[in-house]
Design a protein around this ligand. Sequence first.
Ligand code: CO
Length: 133
Amino acid sequence: MLKRIHHVGVVVPRLDDAMRLWRDVLGLEFTASATIEEQGVKAALLRIGESEIELLEPLSPDNGVGRFLARRGGGLHHVCFATDDVARDLESAREKGLPLIDQKPRHGLAGMICFLHPKATRGVLVEYAQPEE
Ligand code: CO
């Protein structure tokens, strides 16, 4: 079952510059960062209450996040819902006929994750995440 908003994904040209805004100026609490080669991003999570902001810097202009940055100059990219069972909720989305990006969950910065296809959700890219303990 989807529980709450886990994080909102924001695409940025440079993670270091973005950290100066989100952490140093706005005061959000830095919780994690990683380079995720398979997704082609450098990412950081910053906590605000029960939710987080996920900053994404593309490693290449040729992947999805890189093309998003080139086309829109960065900005709001996706919303992620926390779930206690990402495989079950992905299966439920499939059964309801929603187009998917991921056919099965994979590792992400927020735990085990998957993405629905934005054409399923009228242009809003939706991620599910099951945080790791
Ligand atoms: Co995300």
